[in-house]
Ligand binder design. Sequence first.
Ligand SMILES: NC(=O)c1ccc[n+]([C@@H]2O[C@H](COP(=O)([O-])OP(=O)(O)OC[C@H]3O[C@@H](n4cnc5c(N)ncnc54)[C@H](OP(=O)(O)O)[C@@H]3O)[C@@H](O)[C@H]2O)c1
Length: 258
Amino acid sequence: MKLTGKWVLITGASSGFGAAAAAAFAREGAHVIIGARRMDKLNETATAARNQGAASVAAHPLDVASTPSVEAFVQWIRQLTPRIDILINNAGGALGLDPVVSGKDADWEGMVQSNFLGLLRMSRAVIPLLPHHDGAWILNVGSVAGHGVYEGGAAYCGVKAGERSVTQALRLELNGTGIRVGSLDPGLAETEFSLTRFAGDTARAAKVYAGVQALQAADIADAMVWMATRPAHVCIDEIVIKPTDQAAFHKVHRRPSN
Ligand SMILES: NC(=O)c1ccc[n+]([C@@H]2O[C@H](COP(=O)([O-])OP(=O)(O)OC[C@H]3O[C@@H](n4cnc5c(N)ncnc54)[C@H](OP(=O)(O)O)[C@@H]3O)[C@@H](O)[C@H]2O)c1
């Protein structure tokens, strides 16, 4: 399926996968609509996407943790276009790495709001804009954390397991409409993810990627475009992408630093 002239909506596009996806779909000639909370960074993404040759680019503040924000965002979209062809539910991330015994309410609530309820809110608001039988697609960004658990990851792994459940339920609910639904579940990827997880502690975030050839945001964006461009009758339900260096959570090959 060609993406030229298709309307692509990407949440969490102010950095990482979302920003890279905006550039990648722009290169395909799509109309790119992006949302996130940090408008300064979102505007940088918009400029980069325009430079990549998008049919059009529009950016607007979005907090997926807030129903009024999601509703205002979709009202704004309706003034731009009556249809969205592709919804990429990417906004989210991890907050903290505490074991349950010392976990913080704010971190747990933040993760549930953005990764899980945000996904439900955005899907509910945008499904009415998705055309039937024309290759429309909902892509949810999950994680390898949704396929297993690690110490300190109870809440994050829980919400990413929840993402898989939402994806599978949507797939059932939308069967017969021609709308495709899938999950893209990355492993270790070098974005602002760890900086956010560790509340801006750059040294701790850097350690996560030390000596490892981690995935880059562009690797994930590349996969998104591949998934989106399959023929309309082909739905990639779920895809897991990890760095070659990461065989499992606890099995990451690290090169000694020199
Ligand atoms: N990097 C990894 O290793 C990895 C692996 C597997 C899955 N993931 C998942 O991939 C997705 C993207 O993460 P990333 O790695 O690209 O990290 P990132 O660089 O930190 O990007 C996260 C994006 O989500 C946005 N966001 C967070 N909460 C939001 C909210 N309430 N409303 C709107 N936007 C929100 C952020 O924008 P604002 O702060 O400006 O709102 C930012 O644009 C996340 O769902 C994450 O869980 C990441």
